[in-house]
Design a protein around this ligand. Structure first.
Ligand SMILES: [Zn+2]
Length: 130
């Protein structure tokens, strides 16, 4: 392969690699934050209680906010006190972002390895021509 041919073949691969690098940089943003995070998912809950003549039995459901998470293979749930809803929502959201980033890094890393293999294939030549 001539120098020019190699350059031509490397051009789109280098562009892909640059693009993946930008994506990786963006993806890693949550990893550079320093704030505390909380494992789990904060969600709004609407439910009926056990009381026989409560308003909830006529369709006016009770509402609260819960946090669910898993620990040691067990599914856990706690009601979130009103005073901690904003805080725990933020910390749980940041936890999910970090986990999401981790998952995306795994996918990106496979894509990057794929491009590296292609670059190797284009650049590689035999040391000796028999
Ligand atoms: Zn009720």
């Amino acid at each position: 392969m001539t120098h020019k041919e190699r350059r031509q073949k490397l051009k789109p691969l280098r562009r892909q690699l640059q693009q993946l690098l930008r994506e990786l940089q963006q993806t890693l943003e949550p990893a550079f934050q320093r704030t505390a995070i909380v494992k789990g998912n904060v969600y709004d809950r609407a439910y009926r209680c056990q009381a026989k003549h409560c308003v909830c039995q006529r369709g006016q459901l009770h509402q609260d906010v819960g946090l669910t998470w898993s620990a040691g293979g067990r599914h856990r749930f706690r009601q979130v006190p009103a005073g901690r809803v904003v805080e725990l929502r933020r910390k749980s959201r940041d936890y999910l972002r970090l986990r999401q980033a981790r998952a995306e890094v795994t996918v990106l890393s496979k894509k990057i390895t794929g491009v590296l293999d292609q670059i190797e294939a284009v650049r590689r030549e035999e040391a000796f021509h028999e």
